[in-house]
Design a protein around this ligand. Structure first.
Ligand SMILES: Cc1cc2nc3c(=O)[nH]c(=O)nc-3n(C[C@H](O)[C@H](O)[C@H](O)COP(=O)(O)OP(=O)(O)OC[C@H]3O[C@@H](n4cnc5c(N)ncnc54)[C@H](O)[C@@H]3O)c2cc1C
Length: 421
């Protein structure tokens, strides 16, 4: 039973945490809601940090999840700039960095993830950057703008989403860009080789240089300044700045020290939760990037590091904390914008899980939908510069549809007809 004397604590003031707080109130919870975040900023959304905010198109104010006065109006007690440093599950308390101890009846861990670090000589130089926080984006914005002014070189380690989006932004400022990536195409482990090539072409046409099949081994500097970046095949790329965009790791330290069940790093890592987002402790929940949730119909445990997942899992966890029945079963979804290319991806089809890729539309013009299939069944779909098709793609995936492949490839056949069939 939930009553007005109870206290619900949320650790992590990102999108998942802020949306969970909002949902607790919109679902009628009248007890205390405490939101703890180690960042000094009010909760904000991260996608603009590598897109509109980085390019200068979006204003700083536009990134925040709620207006600053929303928290007081919603009676959400916000502790900013305060890390939660200890979780005592037996005593049901969380200790903050300043020594404050808060009691909880239910706890949500929405601690997100943090950038992986390059473990090579030279990473301490001033021109080596990561991109996770608003402050990182603010700094990088200044860096890109001066690189553009001075014909400077940016080397990006990693051709994942963040690496590619920053490459696009950097070219927009006029910076020289080299992307170093161990795999043979960008986004290899997400899209496979077939669609990875699309992103190689997109960026190469705009002057980005790729160095595939190589890793950075050293960032060479002088007087604290970056001069070059070396790779394991002996090449040296001129560089004034380096961005490490080599993925993120879930922030599980608090959960681990408290003895909550975790998932092995080899299996994606994160805090293990069931489909109701409950951890191995029935009073503790997890949502967003940090949560590895059992997916009811995919039949696997998934940790999804994407905006839509944080947006929906936060509220789902809040409802579960309130004792509602929750089974989080959304189709995984993400989006990206690079130059004039916008895309959305729905589903889950890592390399090895599919045996065929079928495209409908004009791949050359970059206006198409790609489908990943296994024995004819649609596992995932990506629409590129084609809009308002995500619900239809997701319906095909959920239905486990095995559409006729000529019809699937034919843009004149509505996707709704395929879903119905
Ligand atoms: C640059 C960038 C661009 C992105 N672009 C896209 C995109 O285009 N499309 C897409 O789908 N996804 C994108 N993402 C991913 C998306 O932003 C994340 O999936 C989302 O932010 C996850 O939200 P979250 O609330 O789970 O975690 P986070 O946003 O990481 O928030 C967690 C918060 O908890 C805080 N915290 C952690 N530990 C503690 C502690 N012990 N005590 C107190 N506070 C703590 C963290 O500092 C952080 O503020 C992008 C991510 C980045 C970094």
């Amino acid at each position: 039973m939930v009553d007005a004397n109870q206290t619900f604590v949320i650790v992590g003031g990102g999108l998942a945490g802020a949306k969970a707080a909002e949902t607790l109130r919109s679902e009628g919870f009248t007890g205390r809601v405490i939101l703890i975040c180690d960042e000094r900023e009010h909760p904000y959304e991260r996608p603009p940090l590598s897109k509109g905010y980085l390019t200068g198109r979006d204003a700083r104010d536009s990134v925040f999840v709620h207006k600053p006065d929303w928290y007081a109006k919603a009676d959400v007690e916000l502790h900013l700039g305060q890390p939660a440093v200890h979780l005592d599950r037996a005593g049901r308390t969380v200790r903050l960095g300043d020594g404050t101890v808060v009691h909880y009846d239910k706890l949500l861990l929405a601690t997100g993830s943090e950038p992986r670090r390059l473990d090579i000589p030279g990473t301490g130089l001033a021109g080596v950057h990561h991109l996770r926080r608003l402050a990182h984006a603010e700094r990088l914005r200044g860096v890109l703008s001066s690189l553009g002014r001075d014909n400077g070189h940016l080397v990006i380690a990693g051709a994942g989403w963040i690496g590619l989006e920053v490459a696009a932004a950097a070219r927009g400022y006029g910076a020289e860009v080299t992307v170093v990536e161990p795999e043979p195409t960008p986004l290899h482990t997400v899209l496979g080789p077939e669609l990875g090539q699309l992103f190689t072409d997109l960026h190469s046409e705009r002057g980005v240089r790729f160095h595939f099949g190589a890793r950075l081994t050293e960032i060479v500097g002088h007087d604290g300044m970056v001069l070059a970046a070396r790779t394991d095949d002996g090449e040296e790329h001129p560089a004034h700045d380096v961005l490490a965009a080599i993925g993120a790791a879930p922030r599980t330290a608090l959960a681990e020290a408290a003895g909550l069940a975790l998932v092995d790093r080899a299996d994606g890592g994160g805090i293990a939760v069931d489909a109701s987002l409950r951890t191995s402790d029935p009073d503790v929940f997890a949502a967003g990037d940090v949560a590895a949730a059992e997916h009811p119909w995919l039949g696997t445990r998934l940790r999804v590091e994407h905006w839509a997942n944080a947006l929906h899992e936060g509220p789902a966890a809040a409802r579960a904390m309130l004792g509602r029945e929750v089974s989080y079963d959304r189709v995984p979804y993400f989006f990206s914008d690079q130059y004039d290319l916008g895309m959305e991806y729905s589903g889950y089809a890592p390399p090895g899980s599919y045996d065929q890729v079928v495209c409908r539309g004009d791949v050359g013009k970059r206006e198409f939908v790609a489908f990943w299939l296994s024995e004819g069944r649609v596992l995932a779909g990506m629409n590129v510069n084609v809009w308002d098709v995500t619900p239809d793609i997701q319906r095909l995936i959920r239905a486990g549809a095995r559409p006729d492949q000529d019809a699937l490839a034919d843009p004149s056949v509505p996707l709704t007809e395929l879903a119905a069939g």
